[in-house]
Design a protein around this ligand. Structure first.
Ligand code: AP5
Length: 217
């Protein structure tokens, strides 16, 4: 049986952190459009350059590009299910995802809205750094590496901060979220697929709440 989950929430809600845990615990595949787009930008192609400019400003990349990336991943995978992290972000993307999964004989099984307050997001985003090698996510205050400058998981010293993790880009990212992505909460509620969890709790508590929701499906 397949399991397809969408993690929905503003920048810094903890989608990536929880998605990585679900990959470990349930063998699902994480599809983060943010990671895919960061890969595209580092490729140096024309598309990558366009994407980089849009992302650094904190705006949304076009539906066409993002849906194309997701289509490619879905069509080339035989995974038992997917965790959609940062996708869909617009109503057009949500409709497209429904169709793509439908063509595969699958559906969205649950949409988890991670609820957080906006002030916490600024602290989370400005303190975040990630491992450039394995993608592990850290935070200056709440989750620093055990050894300064070295990833706990893979031992890499390539720890990075994202170009869009500053207060100016975050303002635009939040505006984009409230204008274009938050309508998805009502959309999935109306479809009977929405679940809400407290994203402000500690990482382990959020993970436990998420597991409890999935156990009830
Ligand atoms: P993307 O990479 O998706 O970024 P985002 O949605 O802004 O989300 P973040 O990755 O910033 O946050 P998160 O919720 O994953 O939080 P995390 O777990 O890291 O998108 C980037 C850009 O790409 C967009 O702005 C847009 O331009 C483009 N894009 C991407 N998808 C698109 C799409 N579908 N359509 C169009 N454009 C698209 O946690 C944050 C920090 O908090 C970490 O430091 C972490 O350690 C800490 N933390 C996490 N959980 C907790 C907790 N429970 N308690 C304390 N600290 C915590």
């Amino acid at each position: 049986m397949t399991l397809n989950i969408i993690l929905l929430g503003p920048p810094g809600a903890g989608k990536g952190t929880q998605a990585r845990r679900l990959v470990e615990e349930r063998g699902l595949v994480q599809l983060s459009t943010g990671d895919m787009l960061r890969e595209a930008r580092s490729s140096g192609t024309e598309m990558g350059k366009v994407v980089a400019e849009v992302m650094d400003k904190g705006q949304l990349v076009t539906d066409e590009i993002v849906i194309g990336l997701i289509r490619e991943k879905l069509e080339s995978s035989d995974a038992p299910g997917f965790i959609f992290d940062g996708f869909p972000r617009t109503l057009a993307q949500a409709d497209a995802l429904g169709e793509l999964l439908g063509d595969m004989g699958q559906k969205v099984d649950a949409v988890i809205e991670m609820q957080v307050d906006d002030e916490a997001l600024v602290r989370r985003i400005t303190g975040r750094y990630t491992c450039g090698n394995c993608g592990e996510v850290y935070h200056d205050e709440t989750r620093p590496t055990a050894k300064d400058g070295v990833c706990d998981v893979c031992g890499s010293t390539d720890l990075r901060r994202r170009a869009d993790d500053n207060e100016d880009s975050l303002k635009t990212r939040l505006l984009e979220y409230y204008k274009k992505t938050s309508p998805l909460i009502g959309y999935y509620y109306a479809k009977g697929e929405l679940h809400r969890i407290d994203g402000l709790a500690a990482v382990d508590e959020v993970a436990a709440e998420l597991s409890a929701v999935l156990a009830r499906l």
